[in-house]
Design a binder for this molecule. Structure first.
Ligand SMILES: *Cc1c(COP(=O)(O)O)cnc(C)c1O
Length: 245
């Protein structure tokens, strides 16, 4: 039950992550839950994908490989980076990107692959990562429907360079709006934090000026973090039932 915590937070006036503790606390809990070293909370799944694609270098004129079967946000984010989504067809048995069709879609403009774990089904990440490694591509997992889903004993979202989650109200872990980026590379996660906070310094992003890198505001609010933390046990129970079924 989040109600008491929310009332208390409202009365303190510390409504944003900069002067309140709840968003950072949620990030710790979510990283632990997913088995990632770090988590950055964001305003939404879309903004999580915007942060991840930006910090991994997706830029104007790039091509990004993606499944033709996902929510529109996956494509919108690629277009917002002035890049081109390139479809790699799905496997009709799984509804997921068919890794054997990745290589034929790679050109000298391809910079990243966004595998989408649609309906929580796990993409064959070993094959995706092998193709990415061979061609020096970044891998951003769209895990916006894949909270606590697993691939070979690891949680989805932890298998590529970065993983992105959504906590929109229609999702299994809802907070009205919300999202997260998870990753294991400190430098990339520091850049993600800085980028999502207007390009301000953060740990390895040093204070060479007040705003050392180009950034944006993609921050999660305190109220979202409290709503999410009130569901950490429920989501694990539900995921257990789903996996069993
Ligand atoms: C929900 C969803 C998103 C976007 O998340 P929002 O929180 O709605 O911005 C992206 N990709 C997939 C596959 C989704 O289901």
């Amino acid at each position: 039950n989040a109600e008491n915590g929310i009332t208390e937070m409202l009365r303190t006036g510390r409504w944003w992550r900069g002067n309140g503790e709840h968003v950072a606390e949620f990030e710790k809990k979510y990283a632990d839950l997913i088995g990632a070293k770090r988590c950055l909370a964001t305003a939404s799944g879309t903004t999580a994908l915007l942060v991840a694609t930006h910090v991994l270098g997706v830029d104007a004129g790039d091509e990004v490989l993606v499944s033709p079967f996902t929510f529109i946000a996956t494509y919108n984010v690629i277009f917002m980076n002035k890049a081109l989504p390139v479809f790699v067809d799905t496997d009709p048995e799984t509804f997921l990107i068919n890794p054997s069709k990745i290589e034929e879609r790679i050109t000298d403009r391809t910079s990243a692959i966004i595998p989408v774990h649609i309906y929580g089904l796990p993409v064959d990440m070993d094959s995706v990562n092998a193709a990415a490694k061979k061609h020096d591509l970044k891998v951003i997992e769209d895990a916006c429907q894949a909270w606590l889903g697993e691939y070979k004993g690891k949680k989805l979202g932890t298998l590529g360079d970065l993983g992105c989650f959504s906590f929109q109200n229609s999702k299994n872990l809802p907070a009205g709006e919300g999202g997260a980026v998870v990753g294991n590379n400190d430098e990339i996660m520091d850049r993600s934090y800085s980028f999502h906070n207007c390009g301000r310094p953060y740990q390895s992003v040093k204070r060479t000026s007040d705003y050392p890198i180009r950034g944006s505001n993609r921050r999660m609010q305190q109220i979202q973090a409290l709503i999410l933390m009130s569901q950490m046990e429920r989501i694990q129970k539900d995921a257990g039932v789903r996996l069993e079924n």
